[in-house]
Design a protein around this ligand. Sequence first.
Ligand SMILES: CC(C)(COP(=O)(O)OP(=O)(O)OC[C@H]1O[C@@H](n2cnc3c(N)ncnc32)[C@H](O)[C@@H]1OP(=O)(O)O)[C@@H](O)C(=O)NCCC(=O)NCCS
Length: 382
Amino acid sequence: MSATTYPDYSPGLQGVIGGLTSVSKITVEESRLEYRGYNVHDLASKGSFEETAYLLIKGKLPTQSELDEFNAALDAERAIPSQVIDALRACAPGTHQMDMLKVGYSVLSGFDPDYNQEDPTDHEANVRKAIRITAKAATIATAAYRIANGKDPIAPKAGLKTAANFLYMLHGEEQDDYTVLVMDAALTLYAEHTYNASTFACRVCVATLSDLYSGIVTGIGTLKGPLHGGANEEAMAMLMEIGSPENAEAWLRDALATKKKIMGFGHREYKVGDGRAIYLTEVAKEIGRRKGNTNWGDIADIMEKIMREEKNIYPNVDFPAAYAFYLLGIPIELYTPIFVIARVTGWSAHAIEQLDDNRLIRPSCIYTGELGLEYSAIETRG
Ligand SMILES: CC(C)(COP(=O)(O)OP(=O)(O)OC[C@H]1O[C@@H](n2cnc3c(N)ncnc32)[C@H](O)[C@@H]1OP(=O)(O)O)[C@@H](O)C(=O)NCCC(=O)NCCS
């Protein structure tokens, strides 16, 4: 259905303004992303994921004592009820990790002390829920992964922040400071991104006066797809298929000739580069140098150059994230769940913003079917 036939219709809602927000802003011409006015590059390189989570959920950067209190609240909330673990164990073998996350949050919702919150727009209750949702994300994700791989979940360790705790619960031992730093930066960069598909879906859900957990489950389901969060896993699969820098050019030219979408490239909003990718590319290449493995970074250099020259398309955050995570030894099926661990903060911030000034979201559509058909008895239909 083309825009020429229907001038009021924008396929994929491209360019359509879906709402007002003070959570984040993309400045396309400068490839800049700001969370509540702060450049995400500064938050990732100088701040921490927890400061970012506070900023998104509470609306301002914390003072040291506010951050200490926030960290203590997250620490106290990281554990998940045994019923959530039982539900994860009940999933069929081979269940997608993102589907297990949906199960985890669905079961968790009824255990939230604010579950029976009378007013779904109660700001303070929603903030309390957002903190619990944020605290438990890494615990659910690592439990789901370990259960799917025949291992027992590992309980969170008191005092470790989100990135360090995620790595601890995944591997069973604490990781080195640089690994934690890279994971913290990736979580910060993945935390929020304006009206992307999963955030919009989350807002649509809570705008019916459903609840925050339903909004999160909606967000997870929407993020699962390869055109959105699933792209980081697909990008790594592609890099592995290419294998080495010598194969990169021929592989890519062939893929472009056959009109394949190159995973980890392109973006609906950014047309001259994704600022998050620029920073994460530096980090990912540095990990490669530190680990003595520049293979993926070298393939990336060739692909980035050809994509820029041939298509004027730049990598998005999922491209460097893919090989950064790989170099850190993170299993590929956890790449999109890592996105969730970060993005629950952005989804929560948007859900709270939506509920603070709510209006049901219900767009119109153009009917393209027939009208006025005559109903006939079933035995007379050909
Ligand atoms: C993200 C994405 C869905 C945005 O798509 P969009 O705004 O709808 O843009 P379109 O898919 O309409 O693409 C516009 C043009 O660029 C091309 N293009 C866009 N992304 C491309 C990619 N990754 N590889 C090859 N070509 C691409 C399209 O083929 C199209 O070319 P055409 O006009 O000759 O047909 C798209 O870039 C994509 O599929 N990327 C790969 C998946 C991915 O990395 N997603 C994570 C996003 S953070």
